[in-house]
Each structure stands twice: as structure tokens, then as C-alpha cells.
Design a protein around this ligand. Sequence first.
Ligand SMILES: [Zn+2]
Length: 229
Amino acid sequence: MKRNKVLDNAVLRELKRKVIDVAREMFNCGLVTSTFGVVSARIPKTDHILITPSGFCKAKLDSTNLIVVDLNGELVEGSLKPSVETTMHTYIHERRPELQAVLHTHSPFATAFAAANREIPCVSAEQAFYFGGRVPLVTNYSLPGTTDEEELNSIVGALKDSNAILLRKHGSVVVGETLEKALDTAIVLEDVAKIALFSMLIASPSEFTRNELDYMKEFKKTRYGQKRA
Ligand SMILES: [Zn+2]
């Protein structure tokens, strides 16, 4: 098919390589197990999305397993069935064209908060620095594979304030301007959830105040990293 040939170029090959790398890293970091989790990425300058197949272990994927869909979730290229969360992914990609990546994980510490119907309280400097406050929970959410527009709108709404969100009783959605940034966010999300959960087992930790969060924001902007005075 001519359309498929147009997509079969160096850009797509490179993006496929990155999607596979991120999927494997998600597995290796323990953010997903078995066949769970999804990686999707917008193909630059197109309305096409590269997405992982349904029911495939992320550690065993290769580029021939990936699927290209359009923003309606219609198949463009590939022989496998795309993720059951394709509607959620295309819904986010359609409304956030500046993002390259959408990841979905069941990373256990973050998912423990989702299962308990709780946001992740901001009790660590790491979370204050990285997320600037609580990690929100989408409560207007029913079950995996949802195609309900109100629920999908709630997910997109929550992602306006945070690059990582929790889906009630399910897992997380993480977005990023690049696949690498989204993976980093998914890793840090699990880290801050672990810290928060353990601190809550030890005591009743206090959350960062507005003033402390403002300080952390300024600290990140002006002092952290390799900035020159
Ligand atoms: Zn899931």
C-alpha cells in the first residue's frame, strides 16, 4: 500500500526503536509485568500514532510488533491488534499535539495509591521538585479499556496540571514531550509513590506547604543543575 510506504522511512524506524527501548526499560524497571502497560508515540508531523500491541510482554517486543493507528484508532499499518487502551491514547494525543509520548503502567507503588483511591501526597522533596505537588487521581474513571468520553475528558483534564496521573483502581498515565522524558517521569512517579507509602507506614508525614512548594519551584528554576550564576 502506498500509504504504508510513506510511513516506512528513517523517522519511523528511529521512533520504533525508541518505543521498543522505552517498553523494555519499563519492564526492566518493574513499572510493568507480564503483558501489562502501553507505550504510544506520535509520528512526527503526522496524525498517526505508533502503539504497542495488546497482550504482548514489553520485554519481548520488536519493531515488527508495533502498530500504526490514526487519531480515531483506525489501523494504518501492522498485523497485530493494538492495545485495548488505544482509545485513551489517541484521545490524549489528539488533544495534546505537542506531546510525543503517552505511557501507561501498573507500577505497584503508584498503583497502590490508585487502588486505595488516593492521590499521592507530596511529602518528599523529590516529589515537590519533580511534580510540584500532589500526583492527581482521576476518580471519574470506571474500568480498563474505557471509551467513555466523559472519563476520557477527565483524564485529559487531569493531565493539564501534571505529566503523571493515577487512574482509580488501575494504574498510571504519564505523558512527555519526548519518550525519554515520559520514561523518566514514570520512573520518578514510582519512586515518589514508594517514598510516600513508606513514610506513611512509619508516621503521619506532613505535606509540603504552598510556601515550600514555591521555594522548590524557584530552586529548580534558578539553582539546580548546571546553571551558571
Ligand atoms: Zn492497564
